[in-house]
Design a protein around this ligand. Structure first.
Ligand code: FAD
Length: 425
């Protein structure tokens, strides 16, 4: 088994890994290596052939593969090393990566800094507790997307979709365009988990009904799905007897949430957030292990890839600085870090701490609210004192929010111990 050293190793060659690699190289680190298990760079975007990507980053509408190619082409042009078909199987606390591929077999890499960019996976049926047999015809929406867009296979003709996350909404339109009949999108929550624009463009434009506060309570069919029973749920998400409706279909697609792929992070002992399923990070995106950074969907699930690229740039620059500073972490308890807490109506924030002395221009705090609210004021509080607030017409859990705190605002509160993001009463 061979062993090599590298300045920065990046696990995952999706949008996050690619943007992190480019930012690290731009910041002056030459020795950057991307490890990707797939046979292509670009991550999950390679199967997202619809448009709508890149509006923020490139001010134009690209398809997923086009967006990914903009970054992958630059990585190749910069001569950044990457290994495809390479599965990372272990990461240790002292930043030793164990990986394997066909050419090298099993090998290890000792990295000065590691960037976690492994993305996320979809919640499978087994995690949903739907009764019924295990017939053919039940797919996660992402699997169906891969079948249709990459393999050229239609998973079915008459479809019900459970869950209104963005991938489910996109697949409702995609299956319709390919000639399938999408009979219903059922959503357990009283609000959709997807972006408003996707509800309009993928359901409303095609006359596909969305039933909120509904779930699948039974799947009929032993060999192949023959239909599903959908029922309304009460405020505790319990099916209401008497509200059952049967939908004949041959396919059930599941779009019921994404889970950050953090087995490697947990194995290394990185502190995790029970809310996001990703690492706990500071404003430099450093995890609890010095020199290990996280970005993209492995950190928290993003709505738009543009935000992933932006966040990954921060991780790449921070990792470069760590290496250039002789493996010195930017943060340090003795220099003080400010805890970022969730206030009224907010489920989580990323980052969850800020080391004020590392702030160059500002800190971008991204967060999600815990319900749909209208006409609210979102505030930033330092030690309970309101710094500033912004008015919002509507906020929803499916749409990530962000607030920037400027360097001079930190300077107004030199001894602050907490920053809270939440509604202003
Ligand atoms: C099915 C699906 C559809 C989506 N559709 C859209 C959409 O339409 N519009 C949109 O804006 N966003 C969409 N997203 C979200 C979008 O994909 C993300 O914003 C973006 O791809 C996240 O980038 P990432 O690099 O964090 O993750 P990914 O793109 O998932 O990349 C992670 C990479 O890490 C690799 N990897 C993981 N574990 C290992 C390991 N152990 N060893 C080596 N490599 C590893 C994976 O193979 C993958 O290439 C979708 C997400 C999914 C899951």
């Amino acid at each position: 088994m061979y062993c090599r050293t590298v300045d920065i190793a990046i696990i995952g060659g999706g949008p996050a890994g690619l943007a992190a690699a480019l930012a690290a190289r731009e910041a002056g680190v030459q020795d950057v290596l991307i490890l990707e298990r797939d046979l292509k760079l670009g991550g999950i975007l390679n199967q997202c052939i619809h448009n709508g990507f890149g509006l923020h980053t490139f001010k134009e509408e690209l398809t997923g593969p086009e967006y990914a190619a903009r970054f992958a082409d630059r990585v190749i042009a910069e001569g950044i090393e990457y290994k495809l078909g390479t599965m990372v199987v272990d990461l240790s606390k002292d930043k030793v990566i164990t990986a394997m591929n066909r050419e090298d077999g099993m090998f290890t890499i000792k990295a000065k800094a590691v960037i976690l960019a492994m993305g996320c996976r979809e919640r499978p049926r087994g995690a949903l507790g739907i009764p019924g047999f295990r017939p053919a015809g039940i797919f996660s929406a992402g699997t169906a997307q891969r079948f249709v867009n990459i393999e050229g296979i239609m998973p079915g003709r008459e479809v019900v979709i459970l869950g209104s996350g963005d991938i489910g909404l996109i697949m409702a339109r995609r299956m319709t365009l390919e000639g399938a009949k999408v009979k219903l999108v059922a959503e357990l929550m009283p609000y959709s988990g997807g972006l408003k624009r996707n509800i309009v463009q993928c359901l409303n434009d095609y006359g596909i009904p969305l039933k909120l506060s509904h779930t699948v309570v039974d799947i009929k069919g032993k060999e192949r799905v023959e239909g599903v029973t959908v029922a309304q749920v009460d405020s505790k998400n319990k099916p209401i007897p008497g509200t059952e409706e049967f939908y004949a279909c041959d396919t059930l697609l599941l779009s019921c949430g994404l889970i950050p792929e953090n087995e490697l992070s947990m194995g290394a002992g990185v502190e995790m957030s029970p809310i996001t399923g990703g690492a706990v990070v500071d404003n430099t995106l450093e995890t609890s292990i010095p020199g290990v950074y996280a970005c993209g969907n492995v950190l928290h699930v993003h709505d738009l890839v543009d935000y992933v690229s932006e966040e990954a740039g921060n991780a790449g620059r921070s990792a470069a600085k760590y290496v250039q500073n002789g493996e010195e972490p930017a943060r340090g308890t003795e220099r003080g870090s400010i805890a970022v807490k969730t206030g009224k109506g907010v489920r989580y924030t990323v980052p969850s701490k800020v080391c004020a002395e590392t702030v160059e221009k500002d800190v971008l705090v991204r967060f999600r609210v815990d319900n749909v609210y209208r006409d609210v004021k979102l505030g930033i509080f330092f030690d309970g004192e309101l710094l500033r607030s912004v008015k919002k017409r509507t906020v929803a859990p499916g749409e990530m929010e962000e607030l920037r705190i400027r360097k001079e605002e930190f300077e107004k509160f030199p001894n602050a111990e907490t920053i809270t993001i939440g509604f202003v009463d």
